[in-house]
Design a protein around this ligand. Structure first.
Ligand SMILES: [Zn+2]
Ligand SMILES: [Zn+2]
Length: 272
């Protein structure tokens, strides 16, 4: 990737920050797994509870970078960076998505996966899209992140649905046993796809310290209680906050997307 495009990605992180919504830490009405809404008194939201029963080894730690509603600008960006008919626009949006993921992992890698990770893998598309996943393309634009990306999974045939997860939906690619693989996805609705992927990796002997997703869908139109939750939880996104912290923390020094050291996030500083 050209250095100019990297610079542009860095410059546009601020733009994408404006369309993100802060993700709350786990609490009385916040799911301890996906950080979406849960009914007061329930540790897990309904989709997490349901999906987690369907796979052998779900991942307990889901780190959404932002909440969003269908139709929000972040939702539009997360669609168009994949399928906008204009290649130049896809490219530009991909740079923004890559910059956002990069910034989040840089700032919050030690919150998301306190023990670190050995590799980063994108949850494969199950829509029949050919070639590398656009999110791998977006993350691959970031020089410090690119060498960590591995193709650890492929679709393996079992059908997935919003509320139907399956260990056999994905199969591991290559030797992943013993590796700590951070999973990356662009959207998280019920978690059926991401949790199926996490379980498939665990079945192959890998450890999945966390699933990082760019956006966690919230549907305020589903019920008045969800709408109230959205209104009360809606807060301006801040790159120094994540859903594992109660308050913003000082920005981690030395952020530089053009850093080409592949091991930067694997050698995380001690948790703040
Ligand atoms: Zn949940
Ligand atoms: Zn954090």
């Amino acid at each position: 990737m050209a250095a100019a495009t990297v610079r542009r990605a860095v410059e546009t992180t601020g733009g994408l920050a404006g369309v993100c919504t802060r993700v709350p830490p786990a609490g009385p009405d916040v799911c301890r797994c996906c950080h979406g809404r849960t009914r007061p008194g329930f540790l897990l939201c309904f989709p997490c509870g349901s999906v987690r029963r369907q796979v052998w080894r779900p991942c307990d730690r889901v780190a959404p970078i932002s909440l969003y509603r269908r139709g929000d600008r972040l939702h539009v960006i997360l669609r168009r960076y994949k399928d906008d008919p204009d290649a130049g626009r896809r490219e530009w949006l991909s740079g923004q998505v890559g910059a956002l993921v990069s910034r989040f992992l840089w700032e919050h890698g030690s919150c998301v996966a306190p023990g670190g990770w050995d590799a980063v893998a994108v949850v494969p598309s199950t829509t029949g899209r050919s070639g590398a996943h656009p999110l791998a393309g977006a993350a691959g634009r970031v020089p410090w992140l690119a060498p960590q990306l591995v193709e650890a999974l492929r679709p393996a045939g079992a059908r997935l649905d919003h509320n139907a997860a399956d260990d056999r939906a994905f199969a591991a690619v290559g030797e992943v046993a013993g590796l700590r693989v951070l999973l990356l996805d662009d959207t998280y609705t019920t978690g059926a796809r991401a949790q199926s992927a996490a379980s498939a990796l665990a079945r192959a002997g890998a450890e999945v310290p966390a699933i990082v997703t760019v956006g966690r869908v919230v549907t305020p139109a589903a019920a008045p209680a969800v709408a109230r939750w959205w209104r009360s939880r809606r807060a301006v996104w801040d790159p120094t906050s994540c859903c594992f912290e109660d308050a913003p923390s000082p920005s981690r020094a030395g952020y530089d997307e053009s850093d080409t050291s592949p091991m930067r996030t694997c050698e995380l500083p001690s948790p703040r």
